[in-house]
Write a protein that binds this ligand. Structure first.
Ligand SMILES: *[C@@H]1O[C@H](CO)[C@@H](O)[C@H](O)[C@H]1NC(C)=O
Ligand SMILES: *[C@@H]1O[C@H](CO)[C@@H](O)[C@H](O)[C@H]1NC(C)=O
Ligand SMILES: *[C@@H]1O[C@H](CO)[C@@H](O)[C@H](O)[C@H]1NC(C)=O
Ligand SMILES: *[C@@H]1O[C@H](CO)[C@@H](O)[C@H](O)[C@H]1NC(C)=O
Ligand SMILES: *[C@@H]1O[C@H](CO)[C@@H](O)[C@H](O)[C@H]1NC(C)=O
Ligand SMILES: *[C@@H]1O[C@H](CO)[C@@H](O)[C@H](O)[C@H]1NC(C)=O
Ligand SMILES: *[C@@H]1O[C@H](CO)[C@@H](O)[C@H](O)[C@H]1NC(C)=O
Ligand SMILES: *[C@@H]1O[C@H](CO)[C@@H](O)[C@H](O)[C@H]1NC(C)=O
Ligand SMILES: *[C@@H]1O[C@H](CO)[C@@H](O)[C@H](O)[C@H]1NC(C)=O
Length: 613
């Protein structure tokens, strides 16, 4: 279990103990990933979970701490743990994405993740990163301000993680494998959950419904995390307003709302005050399903807020937005503003070195051999695509090892800055336009120089269907300058860019049939050749070469012990290298989650023959 180990970094440092690093600690955990028998929805099931809990262990650190997690894989599956949203400065090899930064940890093997958490505070989370294991292998990762620092809002009376999850009455790996075998979309989930429990609206679930007791008059910080696999979720509490104060571990200007929208991977911190007549109130979540005509799990999960000393009462239920309420979703997302000059605030870069325009959506990949029968539209396979490239996982080496070892033939560096064909991206008439809907598999990378500023316009396409696609950047936060519907207007849209106080985050849902503009600086600074192992790092500006070599040796040792072959990634990525223009390169990764996309990724899996032989 958790074994926080304290030591004073200042004792080792040459400078005075009063410096900011004086309070840095080492926080150490052991994760035993193993079978766990649970009862949900009238069924008994064996799931994979960490340390016997669903959700798994809550990790608490302070900004500036070092986190060490020993992962013991006692599950029957290969796995890695991804530290969603952590910058991983100088420790990119510890980020977790299999075949990007490490090989999976095989059953009966272990691996130690070690990294510093600097320059960010708030709510993040960790999750399993091979196949669909993250459905049950996940937990909250909370970064408190350094000792002596405070929140940019009054200290709440209580802080409560609210993990929204997704539940199948089946082994999730079976669900995934069945989809692979049949070519059909994976089965929809059977429930959503709040802190592991579906709640009163599902059969056999009332007894275990998540309950939060509150004291009248007090204010609480709810740290809402969307740990669902495929669904964006609306979250609401009966009769209580929420004040959003942070998203993705970045502070926001306080925003009062009665509904929150969270995309898979995102987090939202809200303050609520227990100022209603003492009684019981439901908190509830159900999907925001933007793709018209695509079946989804339309159930609703609930938890109960119970006022201390209130008479037992039937909880009041909030009225959630309709499943397809895009105006409410858009209003929530576009009204969020950054907290200018708040802790860790970063101003918007005004000079742009790299302009990218990237279409995001589905496409079709040729069925392949003449004998094969494919169950996708037009008898083809689904294939998610960005700028008409559908990502193919390497088959021999991870991209990082290929980069490090200068091994050719694993990827190409020609990911285009613009779509190869300009067309009416959001015209539903193009959904099955056979002259343009086909795409092909490739492993394309975009290189950018260290410290360059990058602007990316993400444009949803109508291929197969319009859908809101969440996009997650590994190793960076980005500013969200603008979002809108229809085709991006390069002349007029920039006039409305928010260059003053845009929200900063690591995951964004690109509006259905619309676009979003993000900006970031490719400055996740490495100091050595860990560049080669990192999803983001770079310039040799810090510690000595000796330090560099040690870090690198350490990384390779870890990789070697954890490594071998396994199934490739199930999520779709564009891997973007950035480099100093000299010998150092870095990689960052854009991840797209979506119901349909998950399916496509699976279809696109290649058989890996080796990894780090
Ligand atoms: C874990 O559960 C799986 C599936 O039920 C089973 O095949 C396996 O034997 C179990 N492993 C252990 C160590 O109990
Ligand atoms: C992590 O923090 C420790 C203690 O402050 C420091 O010694 C170490 O160099 C840092 N490591 C990285 C990779 O930044
Ligand atoms: C998926 O759903 C179908 C239809 O309900 C069912 O027959 C099948 O067993 C399910 N697959 C899994 C892996 O649960
Ligand atoms: C959920 O979907 C089912 C099947 O399509 C439908 O019968 C049911 O009315 C829907 N429930 C809600 C709350 O929309
Ligand atoms: C299909 O797309 C091409 C290229 O944009 C366009 O010329 C053609 O008119 C489209 N076909 C239909 C049926 O919309
Ligand atoms: C693109 O398609 C949309 C949706 O059908 C339509 O409203 C719009 O007029 C089209 N734009 C152009 C330039 O044809
Ligand atoms: C889409 O197709 C319909 C029917 O063919 C046509 O009336 C309409 O003008 C088309 N829309 C666009 C934007 O091309
Ligand atoms: C994508 O590339 C395929 C060839 O691989 C081509 O047939 C198709 O027209 C292209 N579509 C777009 C939108 O660029
Ligand atoms: C895990 O990885 C090993 C080695 O690459 C591979 O042989 C095995 O099939 C993988 N196991 C699963 C369940 O995918």
């Amino acid at each position: 279990m958790a074994r926080p180990v304290l030591f004073l970094a200042c004792a080792l440092a040459l400078f005075a103990c009063s410096s900011a690093v004086a309070s840095a600690e080492i926080v150490e955990h052991s994760f035993h990933v193993q079978n766990l028998t649970v009862h949900r929805l009238c069924h008994q099931r064996v799931i994979n979970a960490v340390n016997g809990g669903l959700p798994g262990p809550l990790i608490r650190v302070h900004e500036g701490d070092t986190l060490v997690v020993h992962v013991f894989n006692k599950s029957p599956y290969n796995l890695t743990i991804h530290w969603h949203g952590i910058f991983q400065l100088l420790s990119g090899w510890a980020d977790g994405p299999e075949y990007a930064t490490q090989c999976p940890i095989r059953p009966e093997h272990s691996y130690t993740y070690k990294f510093n958490i600097t320059g960010q505070e708030g709510t993040l989370w960790w999750h399993g990163h091979v196949q669909w294991l993250r459905a049950t292998v996940h937990g909250a990762l909370i970064i408190h301000p350094r000792k002596g620092h405070s929140y940019p809002f009054p200290k709440p009376y209580g802080e409560i993680p609210i993990l929204l999850g997704e539940w199948w009455n089946a082994n999730v790996i079976d669900v995934e494998n069945q989809a692979l075998a049949t070519g059909n979309a994976p089965n929809n989930s059977d429930a959503f959950t709040i802190n592991g429990q579906p709640g009163d609206l599902y059969p056999c679930s009332s007894h275990d419904t998540y309950k939060l007791e509150v004291v009248y008059g007090k204010t609480y910080l709810l740290r809402i995390i969307n740990a669902a696999l495929n669904n964006q979720l609306f979250f609401k509490i009966a009769n209580h307003k929420m004040t959003v104060v942070a998203v993705d571990a970045v502070y926001t200007s306080p925003m009062v709302t009665d509904v929150v929208l969270v995309t898979p991977g995102q987090t939202t911190d809200v303050l609520i005050t227990a100022d209603q007549p003492p009684a019981s109130y439901y908190m509830a979540a159900h999907p925001y399903a933007s793709a018209a005509g695509v079946p989804f799990d339309n159930t609703t999960t609930t938890g109960i807020i119970v006022y201390q000393n209130s008479k037992p009462s039937k909880p009041l239920m909030p009225a959630l937005p309709a499943f397809n309420d895009t105006p409410t979703a858009f209003k929530f997302n576009s009204n969020l503003k950054g907290l200018v000059n708040g802790p860790h605030w970063a101003p918007v870069p005004l000079e742009i070195d790299e302009h990218m325009f990237v279409t995001v959506g589905l496409g079709l990949v040729a069925c392949g051999s003449k004998k094969a029968t494919c169950a996708g539209p037009l008898g083809q396979r689904f294939g998610a695509s960005m700028n008409n490239a559908s990502f193919q996982f390497p088959t021999k080496l991870s991209m990082l090892q290929a980069f490090h070892g200068n091994v050719g033939g694993v990827y190409t560096t020609d990911f285009p800055d613009n779509p190869p064909l300009v067309f009416n991206y959001t015209d539903p008439n193009n959904s099955f336009n056979t002259s343009i809907v086909m795409t092909t598999k490739s492993t394309k990378v975009k290189k950018v120089k260290y410290d360059s500023t990058v602007q990316i316009v993400f444009q949803n396409t109508a291929f197969v269907g319009l859908e809101n696609h969440p996009i997650h950047l590994h190793g960076f936060n980005f500013h969200v300058l603008a979002q809108g519907f229809g085709n991006y207007d390069a002349v007029n849209a920039p006039k409305n860019f928010n260059l003053v106080n845009p929200q900063i985050r690591n995951t964004i849902g690109v509006p259905v049939g619309g676009w979003a503009v993000i900006r970031f600086t490719a400055n996740n600074p490495g100091m050595c050749l860990d560049a080669a192992l990192s999803p983001g790092c770079a310039l040799a500006m810090g510690p000595s070469n000796r330090h560099c070599r040690r870090e690198r040796a350490h990384a390779f040792h870890n990789l070697a012990t954890a490594s071998t072959r396994s199934t490739p990634l199930l999520i779709y990525r564009i891997v973007v290298h950035f480099s100093t223009g000299r010998e150092l390169n870095c990689t960052f990764v854009i991840v797209v989650f979506s119901n349909l996309l998950w399916f496509l990724f699976m279809r696109g899996r290649a058989k890996l023959s080796s990894c780090f032989q």
